[in-house]
Design a protein around this ligand. Structure first.
Ligand code: THU
Length: 129
């Protein structure tokens, strides 16, 4: 199976962004998450009048994939349009649970930027019991 390129995955995130629900911040985010077997799950930020109930695009994509039984992830692209949008702290920890090695693709100054989640969240929490 052909691996989805970073460029293509970012494009999918950018397209998904059109469905963001962000009437409060007006900051529209799209994400595209690639699984180990080549499937792509998209996500958008979904805001709420009770602001704390808002969910970010990254967590939406993960929630969709996890709830379909997916457990192995390769990369996630995040688009907020012309500005670079790196994952918030909650999303970093949320994704770390499933994929500490996942590649996180953002775009800054027209160029893709690729880093591993474990670089963005060193020493992330894992419940060890
Ligand atoms: N947001 C995301 O969707 N992903 C991020 O990584 C950062 C922030 C959303 C949450 C909120 O709806 C809006 O962007 C402004 O914070």
């Amino acid at each position: 199976m052909d691996m989805v390129t970073n460029e293509k995955l970012y494009e999918i995130a950018e397209e998904a962004r059109a469905n963001a629900y962000a009437p409060f911040s007006k900051y529209h985010v799209g994400a595209a998450l690639l699984t180990a077997d080549g499937k792509v799950y998209t996500g958008v930020n979904i805001e709420n009048s009770s602001y704390g109930a808002t969910i970010c695009a990254e967590r939406t994509a993960f929630a969709k994939a996890i709830s379909e039984g997916e457990r192995e992830f390769v990369k996630i692209a995040i688009s907020a349009g012309d500005v670079e949008s790196t994952p918030c702290g909650i999303c970093r920890q949320f994704m770390y649970e499933f994929a500490p090695e996942i590649e996180v693709i953002t775009k800054a100054d027209g160029k893709l930027r690729i880093r591993k989640l474990c670089q963005l969240l060193p020493d992330g929490f894992v419940l060890d019991q």
